[in-house]
Each structure stands twice: as C-alpha cells, then as structure tokens.
Design a protein around this ligand. Structure first.
Ligand code: SF4
Length: 345
C-alpha cells in the first residue's frame, strides 16, 4: 500500500480525504488484507480504489511452514509477475520478526548465498518492500497467530544499500507513527559493505540498527567470499564504520557465516579481533556468528565445536559474540538461503 497513491485515488474518485483515515486504520491497526474487508467504505469505492491504487503490491503464491511453526517462508508475486521470498520467524512465544527482501535477485554474488547465485533482475519499490510487513500482519490475523510482529530485518533477497533510495523510503513507511508504526530500534538493515552508504545511513537513520555482513577479516579471503570487498576493502569499511559510530553512537552488528575450514579457524578469529580493535569500543561491536546453512554452493557448514571455539576467541578479546539460532532452516528461510527457484506464470 502506497499512502500517497491511495490519497490521490480518493481525490480522483471524488471521495472525501477523511476516507484515508478509515483505510489507514483498517490496514495498519486491524491488518485487513483488502479494501473489500473495509465495510465502512461504500461498495463501489472499494472496487474503484483497488483499480486505481491496489491494496497490496504483491500477492501470496504459497507459504511454507516449519514443523514447529516457528518459521514460515512466503513466495510473493509482484504485479509484474516477478517473485520474491519473505520470511516470518517467531524467536519467542509472543514475538515475531520478519526478514524482508529489497531486490529480485542480487548483483553482489556472495559465494555462500543462494540469492547470490541469481543475478539482479530489479529493485523492489518502497511499497513492495514495506508491503511484505503488511502481508505478514494480514497472514498472522488470518491464521490466528498470537503475538505481535514488531521486528523487521532487511536480510532477505538483495543488498538494501544498492537500492538506497527505495530502502530509505520503505523505512519511512515502516516507522511512520500513522502507518505501520514499527519502532526504529526494532528495525535492522544489513549491508554487505557499501561504505559510503553506511555513513549516509548513519546520518539519515541514526535510530535504526546497522548490520554488516562481514564473513572474513582479511581482504584476500573476504574478496573471495564477498566480491564487493574489491570495491570497498576492509580499511575503507573500517573508516566508514568509525564515521558511523561517531554519528550515531549505536551498536553495530557483524554477521559472520562460519564456513568449515575457510573462515572458522583460530587465525580467522584473531584477524577478526584485530580488525574490530581498529574500529571502536568493544561495547559497540557485536559479532553474530551464523552456522552456515547448506545451499547449492561448494561451502560446508562449520561444526558446533568450531563455532564455540571461534566465539570464545572473540569474547576473550572483549567483544560480544553470539552463535545465531537458525530458526528458518526448516523452510530454507535462514540467512543466505532465500532464492526463488520457481518463475511466476
Ligand atoms: S548475502 Fe546478501 S548481498 Fe550477498 S549475494 Fe546474498 S543477498 Fe546479495
């Protein structure tokens, strides 16, 4: 839903501007999924509005649910027939998080990432990005799922800073107090390291969390895993992060996917600690270690013992490090696994 489009459609149809308030409340507070469900709107207006400003910019193709019900992955069809995936996770009994996409495919080409195996088709519009959250709220209501969806992470398909303007506008839609009203501190954006955008993001959205998909702390290894490192090597990233911290004084999260025998060795942990020390206070730097999710790539997952040893080395150096729980694995919705294998008809 694009509020500006809906207001323009109301005007064009000669309907009073206060109808927007009824639509807004139904969409954002009651999580309805269509104009048809808004009974206070005249019947003729519902169809006309759908024609001029479609309620959602995407529709559900299917939703897969993990056996324990804590992870769900939706295949969503956009209005031009392209498809993206979006994930809903329940990390605790009453709280839900969604992991949303910003692009159809991705041009960055991280070697361990299923999405990286696709090329970039197009950027999503701000409306398509934000509608994934509306979709999941509507889905929760229809399915009778208890709890609140109040956490959003930009870690699905695509590099959010490669389409910075669309990402920024979608963040405004999500955090608008008269819209979805998600608290800024409950939103995280993850980048593979477009250094100038990190600084811009710190200026534009100092309250929203930043995550950096790091995965290696030497240029040789990182360039192999995350080819973008050639354009923005670790020294440049460190400078951008120092500037970001000076602007926001907010904690930065580092995503580090552990790949067996490649970046999970003690010397890799030591390189990480050395690099982090050059950036800022340990209290502001948090490492999220992710046990690799098998995708169709040559990489292998690290084992539990190596993950714990790596974590201990980082923590012994004074940094916070957690081994991330992989909720989405049952539906291939965990980090690095989002890929659309099916084309829309
Ligand atoms: S990890 Fe993110 S940036 Fe890298 S290829 Fe996958 S979607 Fe793109």
């Amino acid at each position: 839903m694009d509020p500006a489009k809906v207001r323009a459609a109301l005007k064009e149809l000669g309907l009073p501007a206060w109808r927007w308030d009824q639509i807004r409340r139904a969409a954002y507070d009651q999580a309805v999924s269509s104009y048809e469900e808004i009974s206070v709107l005249p019947a003729a207006a519902r169809a006309a509005l759908e024609e001029k400003a479609p309620f959602w910019s995407l529709t559900e193709r299917r939703v897969e649910v993990s056996p324990d019900g804590r992870a769900r992955k939706a295949l969503l069809v956009l209005r031009d027939g392209k498809v993206v995936e979006s994930v809903l996770l329940r990390p605790s009994p009453t709280r839900w998080t969604t992991c949303i996409s910003t692009q159809v495919g991705c041009a960055i080409g991280c070697t361990f990432c299923a999405t990286g195996l696709m090329s970039l088709t197009r950027n999503l519009t701000p409306e398509e990005i934000a509608d994934q959250v509306l979709f999941w709220r509507g889905y929760m209501r229809r399915e009778g799922l208890e709890g609140r969806l109040d956490n959003v992470v930009y870690m699905g398909m695509g590099e959010p800073f490669a389409c910075y303007e669309q990402t920024a506008e979608s963040l405004r839609l999500l955090t608008d107090q008269k819209g979805l009203a998600i608290g800024a501190r409950h939103v995280s954006v993850s980048t593979s390291g477009i250094a100038p955008k990190i600084v811009q993001f710190g200026r534009d959205f100092p309250q929203i969390n930043l995550a950096l998909s790091l995965h290696a702390a030497t240029d040789e290894l990182r360039t192999r895993l995350v080819p973008l490192n050639k354009a923005y090597p670790l020294a440049k990233l460190a400078e951008a992060l120092k500037e970001y911290l000076a602007l926001t004084n907010r904690k930065v999260f580092f995503e580090y996917v552990l790949l067996k025998g490649e970046n999970d060795r003690p010397q890799d942990a030591e390189a990480l600690v050395r690099w982090l020390r050059g950036i800022g206070r340990p209290a502001l730097l948090h490492v999220n270690l992710i046990v690799f999710n098998q995708t169709d790539t040559p990489h292998r997952p690290t084992d539990e013992a190596d993950a714990r040893r790596f974590q201990a080395l980082v923590m012994d150096a004074g940094f916070k490090a957690t081994v991330r729980q992989n909720l989405g694995r049952d539906v291939e919705g965990a980090c690095g696994q989002l890929v659309v294998l099916e084309k829309a008809a």
